[in-house]
Design a protein around this ligand. Structure first.
Ligand code: B12
Ligand code: SF4
Length: 499
């Protein structure tokens, strides 16, 4: 059967690092590979490069159109894309999937959409396509929210989580025409590789562990080596938690070395305690790339701040991890969370920490209740009416303690202290010297866009424009911020300590 898989434009990349990272739609490539293995005929269209879902529908004449929705900020854009598809071909079956769709599907339960995938797509999508082909009732297909005559219903979950070795490697050829457009920071083109899925930790702002019930699944070493070997020389590893399993990580480094895999650039995401626990892993991996960047969830500059988001580490771990990583010439990037409940002194504390440990390569996001988290469930009723594009961790969803004007002054000042500020410690010239001349126009465009993040007025404008449309913006003092614990394990919910 012909299946068209669409990656819409996210719709909101005005703030954040979106413009700096445009990566291949790896989830769709896995779904595409699984469909091919069952004899179907998938096409992937990346609408971030060439908009026009309807043109793709007319060209490929699919029976099923799958639309990806990895981020909550994309719900509205995904619904629009579904409507466009429906207008072009009223008879096609429209399916939506991806992290945000699975973690919190209700905003997608709309007329233009027939089903939402609530789990990984590699098993569910072929099962759905085959049910449509054979005329089998769709209620028998697992892990779906399904639109029926009687409203939306849930089908039974998958009997067990998909084993990553039961699915073929991603069908990267389906996005070959876009390859030169995929980029991360100064590297272009870039490949996205996944070695493991899920995370056993429990950070309260994160929807990953909550979707996967803290499970962690690995692909076998042989399969990962094949995937790395076939990827190009700049690789972003999509795993939420790299080096989680020391034995397997060492084995993987050794197998890659034996296979002669050596990259120009690697980027992996991990935690400070993982780095501190196993410096030998960093040692084993370092020779595999010329430049090797870490993206670490730094989150807070104080023990209290880390405890507040259930990070389960202390600041000493940050300091030590940064020391270890730098001693082996890893680039240290990461992210800090800025709480709308902060006072002036909290910003100053963060600035001092960033300066003391030279963490100017980190980014700064606003602590946001992301759909799919307990944090969101607790305050969702008071957030009703907020446009989804604001869930990008750069917008305020309620009035901050300092008032919006002062908050954004300090937030913009925080970003001005980062290396993205071209009027700051790393100027245009220094950025341009790192790249090939052919990429100068691209980097100029991307850096130009990120300069908005240094301007308080840019944030304030959007805050003011959307604030009046809500029935009530809760006062920050009334908001219980974390309280995740792990209900599945019977842990008590915790609320944020008074600041
Ligand atoms: C790569 C990535 C990015 C990249 C690129 C994203 C892009 N636009 O292409 C970058 C770095 C730009 C990025 C940015 C952001 N990201 Co992001 N990102 C990821 C990450 C790490 C990996 C995604 C991935 O490729 N995984 C590997 C593939 C194989 O898995 P998958 O995509 O889930 O696909 C499977 C299923 O979902 C399903 N599936 C996927 N598509 C489809 C489609 C159909 C039709 C079907 C049926 C099934 C299906 O099948 C696939 C195979 O099983 C995820 C973490 C995660 N675990 O998902 C976060 C994640 C999606 N990002 C997240 C966030 C918060 C952000 C930012 C807001 C962060 C920020 N600080 O600014 C920004 C937003 C940028 C923007 N304005 O658009 C959150 C989303 C939370 C939420 N509820 O919204 C996640 C979950 C991370 C987290 N720890 O919380 N991100
Ligand atoms: S933020 Fe990172 S470490 Fe924390 S639960 Fe999410 S994926 Fe795991």
């Amino acid at each position: 059967m012909k299946v068209l898989l669409l990656r819409p434009h996210p719709g909101n990349e005005r703030f954040g690092l979106g413009p700096f990272f445009r990566v291949e739609p790896l989830g769709l490539e896995y779904v595409g590979a699984a469909l091919r293995a069952r004899g179907h005929d998938p096409t992937i269209a990346d609408l971030r490069f060439r908009p026009g879902a309807s043109a793709w529908v007319r060209r490929t004449r699919p029976r099923v159109v799958g639309i990806s929705c990895p981020h909550s900020l994309e719900y509205d854009r995904v619904r629009e894309t579904a409507r466009e598809v429906r207008r072009a071909a009223p008879e096609v079956f429209v399916l939506v999937g991806g992290h945000a769709a699975a973690a919190y599907p209700s905003p997608l339960e709309s007329d233009g959409i027939d089903a939402i995938c609530l789990d990984d797509g590699e098993e569910v999508v072929p099962a759905l396509v085959e049910a449509l082909e054979k005329g089998v009732p769709l209620e028998t297909v697992p892990a779906l929210r399904l639109r029926t005559r009687d409203g939306w219903i849930s089908t039974p979950p998958l009997p067990e989580r998909t084993g990553l070795d039961h699915v073929p490697l991603p069908a990267r050829d389906l996005v070959a025409r876009h390859r030169n457009g995929y980029h991360c920071l100064i590297f272009k083109p870039v490949w996205l590789v996944e070695t493991a899925r899920g995370c056993p930790f429990r950070c309260s702002f994160c929807s990953v562990w909550q979707l996967y019930d803290r499970s962690f699944r690995e692909r076998s070493v042989g399969a990962v080596v094949e995937d790395f070997a076939s990827a190009g020389d700049a690789v972003f590893v999509a795993d939420d938690l790299f080096w989680n399993h020391p034995g397997r990580s060492l084995e993987l480094a050794e197998a890659l070395r034996k296979r002669g895999v050596f990259k120009r650039w690697l980027l992996v995401q991990t935690r400070t305690d993982v780095v501190c626990r196993s410096p030998e892993l960093l040692e084993a991996w370092r020779p595999l790339a010329k430049d090797f960047d870490l993206f670490i969830g730094l989150e807070a500059a104080t023990d209290g701040g880390l405890a507040q988001v259930d990070k389960d580490v202390e600041v000493g771990s940050t300091v030590e991890a940064v020391r270890i990583a730098r001693s082996m010439r890893y680039g240290v990037n990461g992210n800090f969370l800025i709480d709308p409940d902060w006072g002036e002194e909290d910003f100053e504390e963060l600035w001092e920490f960033v300066s003391a440990y030279g963490l100017q390569r980190a980014g700064f996001t606003i602590l946001t209740p992301l759909p799919g988290t307990e944090f969101f469930r607790e305050i969702a009723p008071r957030l009703e009416g907020q446009p989804w594009f604001k869930y990008d961790m750069h917008h305020l969803l309620w009035e901050p303690r300092l008032g919006a004007k002062r908050f954004f002054d300090l937030y913009a000042e925080t970003w001005r202290r980062s290396i993205l500020n071209v009027a700051g410690r790393k100027g245009w010239g220094a950025w341009m010297r790192q790249i090939r001349p052919v990429h100068i126009p691209y980097l100029t465009r991307v850096l130009w866009r990120t300069q908005r993040m240094m301007r308080a007025a840019a944030y304030l404008q959007e805050f003011e424009a959307t604030k009046g449309t809500f029935p009530e913006i809760p006062s920050c003092a009334a908001v219980t911020v974390t309280g995740s614990g792990n209900p599945a394990q019977g842990e008590p919910r915790r609320t944020r300590p008074e600041s």
